[in-house]
Design a protein. Structure first.
Length: 558
């Protein structure tokens, strides 16, 4: 064997000069024998602030059992997580995207600071998943990501409900369509236990994508959080990371351009979250893979929607698992020639070998064949035009109309826009514009689910459009354009919009424009004065100073 599984931990623990380090670890119960085995970091995002990561302590114990069974010594540590669902619609949401960088930085620091030989990272809520992948790419250790799993759907009057239904119920309530009692019912019923949000929202989108990337075992993520099978999935993950270590298989051997194209196809085929665009661009830049925002449009155009999943479809992530899970999705994509089945995975087998023989429940209606897709083209559309020179992202996974032309209703923050929606001031035909919510201007590029869900709940989802330099939740539906770049504080054209300006969204032509002469637009931008920074010190000020364009993944740079 040319690869030394203890290449890093030997430096930390072996020899007379490292006795002080061994003494410290003896103090918490590690034996001499355990310290002579490879050290495997087991990172969790456990938190009492959300259901998404609430099962991580239990799963970490199972992962550690698997590591020990395979001859390693696991060492558990924690990192942070911010709940998008809990923080949505408040200033707390500014912390969400920033937390991706902190998750990545903290895991990277622990990898360097503890000289782990390998690593498993347990993830749940949205930003923990790309944050974990970014860290593993930087460290380039043999490593795996284990998704804690989806929450089960709740039941409201005999119908499956998820957190998306609660947000939309807020809009229905403000429109007088439901009363306080029914809103309370839905609130209590929508989230029945541990697990991440239950549709093909950002967490489930990214979990599937990491399996197609090869950083997670195919089928491991689709097992729901509370399914008894999840414990064995976690044990198997512990054993598998030791096999990776024995072979010296690292992320740099898995994440090439082919892996990124496979992952994009999986998002397009399942009507996944637009946040994948932001996160994949960030991962590509960490890995040094050439990936452009327009690549998402190119791949999505050739990829039909094969999964009927919320928010655009009928079913939840738990239904997908029952139908055959992510292995079935991968099998369909490979059969149709939409992904490269020769791509390697963490199991040592190719993607095609892993998907071969994927189970399919008789009569299931969640995953279609490529011959009879739910929609001919995928859900990710990239727009350019006079309002988005660097690009903007819209999801067309459901029955969104392809064209909208209407007057702008301009708001300088999400709160201002939500207030107008709550007061029933938005009219059919309007284009709601929310600016100064980009990566730098927010800072933190908040998601706008509170506003979009309220519009849908009021019955305006089919007649109103929205565009923002912020983001959308994976649960967003309707004609909603996000990631408009450059953002307002970078003198992007969105900064020049005024109430009444006519905005044109043409998804078939891939255009986002305002009906203004170029000279008028330039004159307004020349006179634009950005608002003062919302934060002048601390983590948000540092983030705003370092973060780049959404069109490049909103990564921080020195």
């Amino acid at each position: 064997m040319t690869h030394d599984p203890r290449a890093k931990s030997r430096v930390l623990l072996d020899g007379p000069s490292r006795a002080p380090a061994r003494a410290m670890l003896h103090g918490i119960g590690f034996s001499d024998g355990e310290l002579k085995r490879p050290l495997v970091g087991v990172a969790t995002c456990w938190s009492e602030t959300m259901p998404c990561n609430f099962n991580h302590r239990q799963l970490a114990e199972r992962v550690k059992e698997g590591v020990r069974e395979a001859g390693g010594t696991p060492m558990e540590f924690g990192t942070i997580s911010v709940s998008d669902g809990v923080s949505m619609g408040t200033s707390a949401m500014k912390a969400s995207l920033v937390s991706r960088e902190v998750v990545a930085d903290s895991i990277e620091l622990m990898g360097h600071g503890c000289l782990f030989d390998a690593m498993v990272v347990l993830v749940g809520c949205d930003k923990t998943i790309p944050g974990a992948a970014m860290a593993l790419i930087r460290l380039d250790l043999p490593g795996l990501v284990l998704y804690g799993g989806s929450i089960g759907p709740g039941k409201h009057r005999g119908v499956d409900v998820t957190i998306q239904d609660v947000f939309e119920a807020v809009g229905r309530h403000s429109a007088g369509k439901i009363d306080d009692a029914e809103l309370a019912e839905i609130t209590h019923e929508a989230c029945p236990g541990a697990g991440a949000c239950g549709g093909q929202y950002t967490a489930n989108t990214m979990a599937l994508a990491l399996e197609l990337f090869g950083l997670a075992a195919l089928g491991s993520g689709s097992v729901p959080a509370t399914d008894p099978e999840k414990d064995e999935v976690a044990r198997a993950t512990g054993r598998r990371v030791m096999h990776l270590l024995e072979r010296g298989l690292r992320p740099s051997a898995l994440l090439d351009r082919r892996a990124f194209e496979n992952a994009i196809a999986s998002v397009a085929a399942t009507g996944g979250s637009t946040n994948a665009v932001l996160h994949f661009l960030a991962l590509a830049r960490e890995r040094g893979v050439a990936l452009d925002i327009d690549d998402f449009d190119t791949i999505s155009r050739r990829t039909p929607i094969l999964a009927d999943l919320k928010p655009g479809g009928r079913y939840t992530a738990v239904d997908l698992h029952r139908a055959g899970g992510t292995r079935l999705v991968a099998r369909r994509l490979i059969e149709a020639g939409l992904v490269d089945g020769a791509a390697p995975t963490v199991t040592g087998r190719t993607l095609a070998e892993e998907a071969d023989g994927a189970p399919e429940t008789a009569g299931q209606e969640v995953v279609a064949s490529a011959e009879r897709p739910f929609k001919a083209t995928g859900g990710l559309v990239i727009l350019h035009g006079s309002l988005a020179p660097e690009g903007a992202v819209v999801k067309m996974a459901g029955h969104e109309r392809p064209f909208h032309r209407g007057p702008a209703r301009v708001f300088e923050s999400e709160e201002d826009a939500f207030g107008a929606v709550a007061r029933r001031e938005i009219q059919p035909g309007d284009v709601v514009v929310i600016r100064h919510e980009g990566p730098k201007g927010g800072p933190g590029m908040r998601e706008m689910l509170g506003v979009t869900a309220a519009l849908v709940g009021q019955g305006l989802g089919e007649t109103v459009a929205l565009l923002t330099d912020g983001r959308f939740s994976g649960a967003t539906r309707g004609l909603m354009v996000g990631h408009v770049a450059p953002e307002a504080v970078q003198r992007g054209p969105i900064a020049a919009l005024r109430d009444g300006d006519v905005v044109v969204i043409d998804t078939e032509a891939r255009r986002l424009d305002v009906e203004l002469p170029a000279e008028e637009l330039a004159s307004r931008l020349a006179a634009y004065v950005p608002p003062p920074p919302r934060f002048t010190r601390g983590v948000f000020a540092k983030y705003a100073a370092l973060v780049g364009s959404a069109a490049e993944g909103a990564i921080t740079r020195t």
